[in-house]
Design a protein around this ligand. Sequence first.
Ligand code: FE2
Ligand code: FE2
Length: 186
Amino acid sequence: MPISDNHHYILSYYRTGEITGALFFGRLAKIMRPGPIQMDMTKHFADEAAHAYYWTEAIRRLGREPLKLRDSYQDQYNEAIGIPVNVMETLAVTQVFERRVINAYARHERAPNLDPVVKETITKIMEDEKWHIYWIKNALTGLESEYGKDHIEETIKRYWLADKEVYANTMQEHEERIDEIMKGKG
Ligand SMILES: [Fe+2]
Ligand SMILES: [Fe+2]
């Protein structure tokens, strides 16, 4: 039996988000100065591209075609808080965003009667997402001498508040569908 409409939408949303992430980090990796951040960001870009493929494959294995969705969550972000202006701001907004992603996947993974294809895909992706949080945290620590610890913390806090606001304002449909999935309804 093909997956429910709720899952069809949510998995397509994940796919779109992973593609947007891959394109964002890919562009940065292309223009960045050589060094450890360039290397980790290139790996990060490659991971997000792989995740987009995993979801595309999963949706097809579940008997549907990916939905073409106009905006990703990141697009809403850029509209609300602007494009980051330096490496530190980029990493700060990414840290906030990656935490949002990992929490969303962790929550979905706990849904009752989850299809094994969905579970397997989330588990596989979560391994990489944990590393994303880890390398960004380390990179931000490494930038403290340049930008100042307090300034970095304030920046993260600013993005964290913006993230909460963007989510509350733009993700109602997503939330309703996830709610139903968490109640075991598709
Ligand atoms: Fe990802
Ligand atoms: Fe990620």
